[in-house]
Design a protein around this ligand. Structure first.
Ligand code: PMP
Length: 390
């Protein structure tokens, strides 16, 4: 049987993830220091793990309501109100999902008709464009620039808006750059959404991980935005819960109901033990993530200092746990830099081009890595950079 001819045309058009391609080279090598994968180095804080263990001991192993446990939705409403100064009804406006990944997927599928355009800023999380394509939408990337510290210019968004534009996706702090959006630009972008009647999906997954005393402000807080926004958030990053696969979407009842239609038939519900753990995570709140945030801030300061000292231009990112240095001073592209650094010094970073063409001269380094390994990685990188400088 010619299986290839049986594959969906829609899927055929989607390239493999550049990150995965690169990491196949690393799999099975125990000698590699990895600054590659975007996840916390520490396990989930113990009281959160303990809550899940307790729930298993009690035999809580069933399905939950499709929307998710009501007690968790009530906790999320309280948390979101505190962090985003926006209130959502736990009965009709909050849907618990299998990570922000599922929330993004069902949000796109709930609103896109074939040919509808989705605008997002690039370099960006690798899933946005493929998820839009799988929902029969058209990805419309807007490049952000190193000289702007990868913030998004409202004027660049305005240039790509057409009658087919339906959704704008934002992610600040940004994976892979750590960029923060200046408030005046965010305000202008909100005004564009209102003027052109766009939906906005705001991926808030790094919103707790901010540095230098910054306070987060989401686009949902601007006038006219709540009614057109899906706020996507989860537990993976701030609470170090990537493996629990838990996230949520907050949006007006009509959008929640539309997403719920897909979720109930494809996922049924998120795992109950993860939901029980998440209730504990929200009970602890900053007590759980603040020690990790502080430690990431120290590591960011160290890594940014070392990279600039070795001649790799790197702006000081205001959030998330990534730095995105420009490696062009070595005469190499991001991809060449990453391949050669891996071959010669067994240090893994991700070529910036994996996140979109405007990142091709950069590499992404995740500094949520043990501090002693970060020192070794920076030492190795410095030796490598010296060897490449003419
Ligand atoms: N959005 C962004 C910007 C991310 O970086 C990630 C994970 N790397 C996700 C969404 C997916 O997160 P989750 O584990 O909640 O599915």
């Amino acid at each position: 049987m010619d299986l290839d001819s049986k594959l969906s045309d829609q899927l055929r058009g989607i390239p493999r993830s550049g990150i995965r391609d690169f990491f196949e080279l690393v799999i099975g090598r125990t000698d590699v220091i990895s600054l590659g994968v975007g996840e916390p180095d520490k396990p989930t804080p113990w009281p959160i793990r303990e809550a899940a263990i307790r729930s298993l001991e009690k035999g809580q192993t069933s399905y939950t309501s499709n929307l998710g446990l009501e007690s968790l939705r009530i906790s999320i409403a309280k948390y979101v109100e505190e962090h985003f100064r926006t209130s959502y009804d736990p009965k009709t406006e909050i849907l618990i999902t299998v990570g922000v990944s599922e929330a993004l997927d069902i949000a796109f599928r709930a609103v896109l008709n074939p040919g509808d355009e989705v605008i997002f800023h690039q370099p960006c999380y690798v899933s946005y464009a493929p998820t839009v394509t799988m929902a029969y939408g058209v990805p419309v990337p807007v490049n952000t620039r190193l000289e702007d510290n990868f913030a998004l210019r409202a004027s660049d968004v305005a240039k790509v808006i057409t009658p087919k534009s339906k959704v704008l996706v934002l992610n600040f702090p940004t994976n892979p750059t750590g960029a923060i959006e200046p408030l005046d630009e965010l305000e202008k972008i909100a005004a564009l959404c209102v003027k052109h009647d766009l939906l906005c999906f705001t991926d808030e997954i790094y919103s707790e991980l901010l540095y230098d005393g910054r306070q987060h402000k989401s686009i949902v807080e601007f006038p006219g935005m709540r009614e057109r926004t899906v706020l996507l958030h989860g537990f993976s990053k701030a609470f170090a819960m990537t493996g629990w696969r838990l996230g949520y979407a907050c949006s007006p009842p009509l959008l929640t109901a539309a997403m719920m239609k897909i979720h109930q038939y494809t996922m049924l519900c998120a795992p109950i033990m993860s939901q029980m753990a998440a209730i504990e995570a929200l009970k602890l709140g900053a007590e759980a993530y603040e020690p990790m945030r502080q430690s990431y801030e120290e590591r960011r300061n160290f890594v940014v200092g070392r990279l600039n000292a070795m001649g790799l231009h790197c702006f000081n990112p205001g959030g998330a746990f990534y730095v995105f240095p420009d490696v062009s001073s070595t005469g190499l592209t991001g991809k060449e830099f990453a391949m050669q650094l891996l071959e010669e010094h067994s240090i893994a970073v991700v070529p910036g081009g994996a996140f979109g063409p405007s990142g091709e001269s950069c590499v992404r380094c995740c500094y949520a890595t043990a501090p002693d390994l970060l020192v070794k990685a920076m030492d190795g990188m410095e030796t490598f950079v010296k060897s490449r400088k003419k």
